[in-house]
Design a protein around this ligand. Structure first.
Ligand code: FAD
Ligand code: DHB
Length: 391
């Protein structure tokens, strides 16, 4: 098999890359170890930056998102006993975010690629990438028990944090930057109308809590928990009790409960490798970097990477020029580090750290007070949350 760009992973990075390349007449093949239904049902992120939503809409895959997604022009920060709104629209010249689940984005992209005759191979096994420094890198894999080889010009390493692309780069090439947080998030999806019109990020002495949503009937809620927490210790009743305790500090406000449809625990880390390229292998999305979820940046950063990568590959095929490809890592990393900083800052401002003392608690409250009372500070939060401009 031959193609122009071999893409490992059918997550947001891999599918958006394949879609953007197709729109410029460049052929790709996407290889995915999981099944199509697994990819289309896996519950993950849910907040799209203005620029991510615009990209999906402008490239023809935003029709369902525009009908079913929820446009938000602000968030609430809760601390002490009160809530304080950050008005994104007023602070960023009318921008906002789109609340629309990651797996719905993936369904739309998969449908568009298949309709356009694209090749997406699900349920592949034993994927490995080879000859990365040469002009024709190869991807070997097994599909329906048959050994296959895909010869390409470039490889998109879009296979997430646990993929094989990053570990295929020889030792000593990549520099790793990492921070592990001493807590995790316990997330639930509940059949309950969201109790707030906008997301609520809550600082609380019992730990952080987040109220989010997926639709007018489905809530998405998160609780800070121990990093090694066993989900078996969290029956639904305990989860609701804790959510009530952390979110119900505003007078007369009540959290609506409903059947829990799904629950899981996500660890928290900040991670970056530099550079994001080795020969003709380009890492994009979670394969190159992870952010803690506070601020909802993971998916958006994956899309930002492949926007840069697609433009560089398009320029190469149009003119033979390799400048954009050579600058890929440098261009992406400028955004990656700013987004790392923002995600780390939101995480540190809102969570309880085990070794924090009463000084740290007062310091966090002062920071939240400052962020919500200074226009300059609110604007800093708002412009990062809706998404920094593209270069
Ligand atoms: P992924 O979405 O991980 O996609 C990689 C794909 O590659 C997967 O489909 C995987 O099956 C496939 N793959 C892996 N190995 C191979 C291989 N060897 N061969 C072929 N295919 C392979 N972000 C937020 O902003 N908010 C959230 O609430 C949030 N929740 C999350 C919960 C969890 C459990 C996780 C893991 C992440 C969460 N994130 C969240 C982060 C966000 O979902 C990711 O940043 C985003 O999915 C990154 O997209 P990606 O395409 O880079 O990687
Ligand atoms: C969601 C996830 C986040 O990490 C976040 O900061 C906001 C919302 C969500 O899943 O809805």
């Amino acid at each position: 098999m031959k193609t122009q760009v071999g893409i490992v992973g059918a997550g947001p990075a891999g599918l958006v890359l394949s879609h953007l390349l197709h729109l410029s007449g460049i052929e790709s093949v996407v290889l995915e170890t999981h099944s199509r239904s697994y990819v289309e049902e896996r519950v993950r992120a849910g907040v799209l930056e203005q620029g991510t939503a615009d990209l999906l809409r402008e490239t023809g895959v935003g029709e369902r998102m525009m009908r079913q997604g929820l446009i938000h022009h602000g968030i609430e920060l809760q601390f002490g006993r009160g809530r304080h709104r950050i008005d994104f629209a007023g602070l960023t010249g009318g921008k906002g975010v789109m609340v629309y689940a990651q797996h719905e984005v993936l369904k739309d992209l998969i449908a568009a690629r298949l309709e356009a005759g694209g090749t997406l191979l699900f349920d592949v096994e034993d994927v490995n990438v080879q000859e990365l420094q040469g002009p024709k890198p190869k991807i070997r894999f097994r599909k329906d028990s048959e050994e296959e080889e895909l010869e390409c010009d470039f490889i998109g390493g879009c296979d997430g944090f646990h993929g094989i692309c990053r570990p295929s780069i020889p030792e000593g090439v990549l520099k790793v930057f990492e921070k592990i947080y001493p807590f995790a998030w316990l997330g639930i999806l509940a059949e309950a109308p969201p109790s707030s019109q906008e997301l609520i990020y809550a600082h609380h002495e019992r730990g952080f809590a987040l109220l989010s949503m997926r639709s007018p009937k489905i809530s998405r809620l998160y609780l800070q928990c121990a990093p090694d927490e066993d989900i078996a210790n969290w029956p639904d009743s305990r989860i609701w009790q804790e959510l009530h305790a952390r979110l119900e500090v505003a007078e007369g406000w009540k959290l609506t409960e409903g059947p829990v449809l799904q629950k899981g625990i996500t660890g928290m880390r900040s991670f970056v490798v530099e550079p994001m390229q080795y020969g003709r292998l380009f890492l994009a999305g979670d394969s190159a970097h992870i952010v803690p979820p506070t601020g909802a940046k993971g998916l958006n950063l994956a899309v930002a990477d492949v926007r840069v990568l697609a433009a560089a590959i398009v320029e190469f095929y149009a003119s033979g020029k390799t400048e954009l490809l050579e600058r890929y890592s440098e261009t992406c990393l400028r955004r990656v580090w700013k987004v790392q900083r923002f995600s780390w800052w939101m995480t540190s401002m809102l969570h309880r750290f085990a070794d924090d003392n009463s000084f740290d608690m007062r310091r966090q409250l002062a920071e939240l007070d400052y962020v919500t009372s200074s226009r300059a500070a609110s604007q800093t939060l708002a412009e990062n949350y809706v998404g920094l401009p593209f270069e």
